[in-house]
Design a binder for this molecule. Structure first.
Ligand code: SF4
Ligand code: SF4
Length: 252
């Protein structure tokens, strides 16, 4: 503990009777600086009346021990311990519907702030991020390896056997509904998951250069390794294809 201008400043956060490791103040500050340093932060937090309109309209607040007002107050008052604590569970309850952003009289976006906190939790490899994202590893694999994971016929026992027998119940209606969407290339896995080699390699370059893969490595090393293998293979395939094209041109 240290004293600063008569105010007690907590050096560590942690439950004194818990075996969970305490978190030092430097880490708390680093996490907050990462949140505050995000380009979106100043647009999404302009002050807070503590009026609770965001929580009153928040669907997640109806079902979970979660309040966007509380999260915004933690950020606005720079309550580092509370911010860290909220990142262990509460921030993952948000449905990202942005009803709060449409209602806040201050023009805040609690949902947007929560998104920044989630990304920071991933960047810091927090256990809460690992736990929340683990069930989505197959979705992330498809998304990163093809650039698209949604197609109506993907929800079937063949593609997702571990989703259980009830998966059949949602299969047919979704297919029917998606036929109303005028995007023929996204209608089936055969088209949505078949991506041109050059496009795939361009996507991988974007994932790399924007730090998405670094984030993935910090939360799921196995998935990261699988995706790196897929990327290497596709890059080699593209190089081979380009060489073939050049050889073909030379033969003419
Ligand atoms: S974020 Fe906006 S709506 Fe929510 S408590 Fe603060 S001022 Fe009110
Ligand atoms: S974006 Fe999140 S915090 Fe905002 S209303 Fe929707 S669920 Fe609630």
């Amino acid at each position: 503990m240290s004293e600063a201008g008569g105010t007690r400043v907590q050096s560590y956060i942690g439950d004194p009777v818990s075996e969970a490791p305490v978190v030092d103040r430097d880490t708390l500050e680093e996490i907050f600086q990462d949140i505050q340093g995000d380009l979106r932060y100043d647009h999404e937090l302009n002050g807070c009346l503590n009026c609770g309109i965001c929580t009153a309209t928040c669907p997640a607040a109806h079902y979970y021990d979660f309040s966007p007002r509380e999260i915004v107050q933690l950020l606005w008052t720079e309550n580092l311990e509370g911010i860290y604590d909220a990142m262990q569970e509460k921030i993952w309850a948000c449905a990202q519907c942005y009803t709060c952003a449409a209602r806040c009289p201050f023009g805040n976006s609690p949902g947007g702030l929560i998104m920044i906190m989630r990304e920071t939790a991933i960047k810091h490899g927090m256990q809460s991020a690992k736990d929340v994202l683990r069930p989505f590893s197959r979705v992330m694999l498809k998304l990163i390896s093809t650039g698209n994971q949604l197609s109506p016929d993907m929800i079937n026992p063949e593609h997702f056997p571990d989703w259980g027998p009830d998966i059949c119940k949602v299969d047919a209606p979704l297919k029917l509904l998606r036929q109303a969407i005028p995007m023929p290339t996204l209608n089936t896995t055969a088209t949505a998951w078949e991506v041109n080699l050059k496009t795939s390699v361009e996507l991988y370059t974007i994932w790399e250069m924007t730090g998405v893969l670094d984030q993935l490595e910090s939360i799921d090393q196995n998935l990261f390794d699988v995706i790196i293998d897929i990327m290497d293979e596709k890059r080699e395939d593209l190089d081979d294809w380009l060489e073939e094209q050049e050889d073909g041109d030379g033969d003419e």
